[in-house]
Write a protein that binds this ligand. Structure first.
Ligand code: HEC
Length: 288
């Protein structure tokens, strides 16, 4: 009798669990999918789509076909486990080895291990056919080239909509929207080397007045645009539009003097803004 009550309880709990945990998971997953779709990553979309279908199918199966009865599923899991679990060691043959009283047994290889081994062979065959014989999926290099081309196209589209900027007469942007846009790109692309607060990790500290390649918006813009490939800082000109680089440079310069914790010690030379050249021709004449 008590056993039955426990069983009943377990069933009710399981139904609640399915509804309260799996359903939100699926909804969250669907939401994530739509976001992924916006970024156009189709293989991730297919994968999460299949996963969602599987979970929905499982829930419908348990609720309607098994009427909430989970014993068949547990039995199936148990027998699946039994078929791969290590077999009894009762028949193990003691080997003629004895190390300080510790003897070794010649046990059977656990089935799960053999399946894993067989699985790697099957995987290798599928992989070979897929990538090298039928060439139905692109190899990493082709995939990389594809992604780069897509990024370049998207950059060109963005560039067409924002027009060009005058690189010879760059100014620091100070409006909130530009700084925020710069910050977003910085956090997504630069912090692995420069740190979350630009305090410097592999790359130098960007918050002090010392610069290897010169401070000021023009130099910082140029460094970001062309990179320092031989030192591990890539050129960003194929990733960002000129306007976006200007925003990132402006954000970086807005951090001047922020004195973040764990700051890397200064590298390069102290940079001071050059005095603006007098534009007035009489001034120039007087100096001559
Ligand atoms: C893979 C690591 C790496 C990434 C990612 C990286 N940088 Fe750098 N960065 C470096 C290194 C290393 C240097 C120093 C180059 C040198 O010593 O000449 C540097 C230098 C710089 C400099 C010049 C500093 C100076 O003292 O003159 C600026 C500005 C800069 N990075 C900005 C950025 C921005 C903005 C991003 C993101 C869009 C970025 N970096 C991403 C590694 C990186």
């Amino acid at each position: 009798m008590t056993v039955n009550i426990y069983r009943h309880f377990a069933k009710v709990l399981l139904r609640l669990l399915i509804i309260s945990v799996l359903l939100p998971l699926i909804l969250g997953d669907l939401h994530a999918q739509t976001q992924v779709a916006e970024e156009g990553t189709s293989s991730a979309l297919i994968f999460t789509g299949l996963l969602t279908l599987f979970f929905i199918g499982l829930i419908l199966f348990v609720i309607f076909v098994l009427d909430g009865e989970v014993d068949p599923i547990l039995r199936a899991l148990k027998s699946a486990y039994a078929s791969i679990a290590p077999k009894s060691t009762g028949k193990a043959i003691p080997l003629d080895e004895n190390h300080d009283g510790i003897t070794e047994l010649d046990n059977l290889i656990p089935p799960w291990f053999s399946y894993l081994f067989g699985g790697t062979i099957v995987f290798a065959v599928i992989y070979l056919l897929n990538y090298h014989v039928w060439q139905s999926s692109p190899l990493p290099q082709a995939e990389y080239a594809e992604e780069m081309a897509a990024a370049d196209l998207s950059r060109r589209v963005r560039m067409a909509s924002e027009g060009t900027i005058n690189e010879d007469d760059l100014v620091v942007l100070v409006d909130e929207a530009s700084i925020k846009a710069g910050q977003e790109r910085f956090l997504r692309n630069c912090i692995t080397c420069h740190g979350t607060h630009a305090e410097g990790i592999v790359g130098p500290n960007l918050t002090d007045q010392y610069w290897i390649h010169g401070g000021g918006v023009k130099n910082v813009y140029t460094t970001i645009k062309n990179g320092v490939p031989e030192k591990g800082m890539i050129s960003w000109k194929l990733v960002f539009t000129p306007k976006e680089i200007q925003q990132i440079a402006s954000y970086v310069l807005s951090l001047q003097g922020s004195n973040p914790p764990n700051a890397k010690k200064p590298e390069g030379n102290l940079y001071t803004e050059p005095k603006p050249q007098p534009k007035d021709s009489t001034n120039v004449a007087r100096r001559l």
